[in-house]
Design a binder for this molecule. Structure first.
Ligand code: ZN
Length: 438
């Protein structure tokens, strides 16, 4: 054979050997996606949910869990393990074809250490298909651990749930945008989620609801293996109804109870839902039904994870998200668009950002409530100052000029009612300094 011909043949053989498998696997991945998207157009919501529930299975969940816990392990914020976990999560999101973003944050995480630590949240976005459904759904967990633990349940379970939900939901298209977010800095004081929520709030991104999962992988008895507990903010009743109906309708038959109502006024929270609650967002945290005896100990390892339970808690969150993402909201929604939280404000103008959620407001301020109607028209919007009703507005724009004399801390609350009596609430705390006479 001629040397050149041989060279050409060699070239083709090598090319085929090297690139053949890549091309083939890429093509398969692409076809797989195309099939899903094609199905997606003809699938009813019911069929979509059936598929989603099936696809979230033990194999999928185990793969993520084993890598995170057995390969990476300890993930205390600021360590190599934490960094590796962020990279792993980001790689997984990218493989799913989603837009991925690192959000860096820095904070003094330790009182005895004066240095700032820089770490990152990892966020994946699945863009919604219908711009009229402009309020997004967020599902988050924290990927960092406490000291001396690989954190299989706290919060490997939540992180794996976010990954598994993202993996399956990204195979379909939905009207609303979904965000899958993993935070660091949770164990030292909710640093990652705090930075994330501040950015979200300052960009005025509309959010339908945030789901938090922190400890959803442990059930020690058959009975607790069929229970889920929720902590919720006040306007999420219609969403927990969706979850309740889903578990019956699709034969999961879990007993879902509300564990506690989130108090937005508390000075501290127990997990990453708290910054969302403080900034006025609606939030649902999903918790396992047992307390975890291995909490923050070396025994919080993979052998104490109940895999089938973790699959089921993940299914409940993912399926609820899927239903919500295509559902028109029937209840009213309200949020205080002015004044803004976390600011110093003078004469209704923002002077600067502060690290507190409570704003310092000097001189009068216009309370402006943005109201979205559900099925029924808005009947009225009530403006409260503390527990005192100051004003009721029945016409757009819904607003009230707050010019009470004050030197001190107050709560502003706004309640919107529709013609059927459904209501929605938003509130914020302000330090109000106004000594001008009316
Ligand atoms: Zn945790």
């Amino acid at each position: 054979m001629h040397k050149t011909t041989l060279k050409i043949i060699c070239f083709f053989v090598i090319t085929l050997l090297v690139f053949g498998p890549i091309v083939t696997s890429k093509t398969i991945a692409k076809e797989h996606q195309q099939i899903d998207y094609k199905n997606n157009d003809v699938l009813t919501t019911d069929e979509k949910i059936q598929e989603i529930l099936q696809k979230i299975n033990e194999t999928l969940v185990r793969n993520f869990m084993e890598y995170l816990i057995l390969e990476i392990g300890f993930r205390y914020t600021g360590t190599d393990g934490c960094q590796k976990a962020a990279q792993y999560i980001s790689d997984q999101f990218e493989n799913m074809g989603m837009q991925v973003r690192y959000q860096n944050w820095s904070a003094k995480i330790n009182k005895s250490n004066p240095n700032f630590i820089t770490s990152q949240n990892v966020e994946a976005t699945q863009q919604g298909s219908n711009p009229n459904y402009d309020d997004m759904i967020i599902f988050n967990a924290h990927y960092d651990t406490a000291t001396d633990t690989v954190g299989a349940n706290d919060d490997g379970s939540g992180t794996v749930a976010v990954l598994a939900a993202a993996y399956v939901l990204s195979q379909y298209s939905f009207k609303r945008t979904m965000k899958f977010v993993t935070f660091s800095g949770e164990e030292q004081g909710l640093f990652g989620s705090d930075a994330y929520v501040r950015e979200l709030y300052d960009q005025q991104t509309p959010v339908l609801v945030e789901f938090n999962a922190d400890g959803i992988g442990r059930a020690s008895t058959a009975e607790s293996g069929r229970k889920i507990r929720l902590s919720v903010t006040e306007d999420t009743g219609w969403i927990t109804d969706i979850m309740q109906n889903m578990t019956k309708e699709y034969g999961l038959n879990f007993n879902i109870t509300t564990f506690w109502k989130v108090n937005r006024d508390l000075p501290f929270g127990f997990s990453d839902y708290f910054p969302f609650a403080r900034f006025g967002y609606e939030s649902i945290s999903v918790w396992e039904s047992d307390g975890d005896p291995n909490y923050h100990s070396p025994q919080d390892n993979i052998s104490n994870i109940n895999l089938s339970y973790l699959v089921n808690t993940t299914r409940h969150i993912a399926a609820t998200m899927a239903i919500l993402a295509d559902t028109e909201v029937e209840v009213p929604q309200v949020y205080i668009a002015n004044p803004r939280a976390g600011k110093i404000i003078h004469n209704d103008t923002i002077i600067k950002n502060i690290k507190y959620v409570t704003s310092l407001i000097i001189d009068e301020t216009n309370i402006y409530a943005e109201v979205k109607q559900g099925l029924y028209p808005i009947d009225r919007v009530e403006f409260y100052y503390g527990n005192k009703l100051l004003f009721t507005d029945t016409e757009k724009p819904y607003e009230y000029m707050l010019n009470e004399r004050s030197i001190g801390l107050h709560k502003i609350k706004v309640i919107a009612y529709d013609s059927k009596g459904n209501s929605a609430t938003d509130q914020m705390k302000i330090v109000f300094f106004n000594i001008k006479t009316k």
